[in-house]
Design a protein around this ligand. Structure first.
Ligand code: IPE
Ligand code: IPE
Ligand code: MG
Length: 239
């Protein structure tokens, strides 16, 4: 890649199209999810090598529970397996792992695995890899609002002092910069309840490629697109 290319600090990805990839290859849907997991593993490594500081991926939405019991079960099994693998990958590559989303709905062993993954990689200083599971932006904002109300009623916070940055600090993404670039694969061009607050000024890149076919060249294409954008934040140009 052109070395003058500016690398976005935070890249967010809606990994879509596993099902259609499986259909195109005449294999069961689950195989699409498995292939998607392998793509994700490679993408995490690519992001770390490129010097991206934050990578946030949408793995399972609050709406995805509506899928068949069979598919949800298969995805949970995949998370279980992946949580273990990820601990190894994160340790070897100095990656800090963080989960965003509502965790109480997961099986106890999965919750424990997530906690272990976060705690054991907390001190790592390389890429911050954020996985959104049982994540919905509206759910995240409602949970945040409830916490704010509790803190106000307990006298820990003044209602008049609630600013945009206060609100941000009550979201699951507290402390993280907003994404600079958002990528969605598989040709769909909607947010599907992903980071609605955080993506206010993010550049969007859409590609028809199904997630299992995404690779480093595709990531670099998205970064090149980002470099061609004139970044504005409501009037002023960056820098
Ligand atoms: C994305 O692929 C993965 C998840 C939502 C878990 P899909 O399963 O949505 O694939 P399509 O959209 O049906 O092709
Ligand atoms: C969004 O994809 C969620 C994830 C990629 C995890 P979906 O495939 O679930 O979204 P819709 O249903 O097409 O909006
Ligand atoms: Mg989909």
């Amino acid at each position: 890649m052109d070395s003058s290319m500016k690398i976005p600090k935070h890249v967010a990805i809606i990994m879509d199209g596993n099902g259609r990839w499986a259909k195109a290859h005449k294999v069961p849907r689950q195989m699409g999810h498995k292939a998607g997991c392998e793509t994700l593993e490679q993408t995490v490594e690519d992001a770390a090598r490129l010097g991206i500081e934050y990578l946030t991926v949408y793995a399972f939405s609050t709406e995805n529970w509506k899928r068949s019991e069979e598919e949800v079960g298969a995805l949970m099994q995949l998370f279980r397996f992946y949580a273990k693998r990820l601990l190894k990958i994160a340790t070897e590559n100095n990656i800090r792992v963080k989960m965003i989303g509502e965790k109480s709905r997961f099986a106890p062993d999965l919750k424990e695995a997530i906690e272990k993954l976060e705690t054991l990689t907390e001190e790592n200083t390389g890429l911050t890899f954020v996985i959104a599971v049982n994540y919905g932006s509206r759910d995240e904002m409602i949970r945040g609002v409830r916490k704010i109300i509790t803190d106000v009623s307990e006298g820990k916070l003044n209602a008049a002092d609630v600013t945009e940055s206060t609100f941000s600090s009550y979201l699951d993404t507290a402390g993280m910069p907003d994404p600079d670039l958002m990528i969605r694969t598989s040709g769909e061009e909607r947010l599907s309840n992903f980071l609605l607050w955080q993506l206010a000024y993010t550049e969007f890149y859409f590609t028809d490629i199904f997630w299992p076919d995404f690779n480093r060249a595709e990531l670099e294409k998205a970064i090149a697109y980002y470099n061609g954008r004139d970044r504005r934040f409501g009037g002023r140009n960056e820098e």
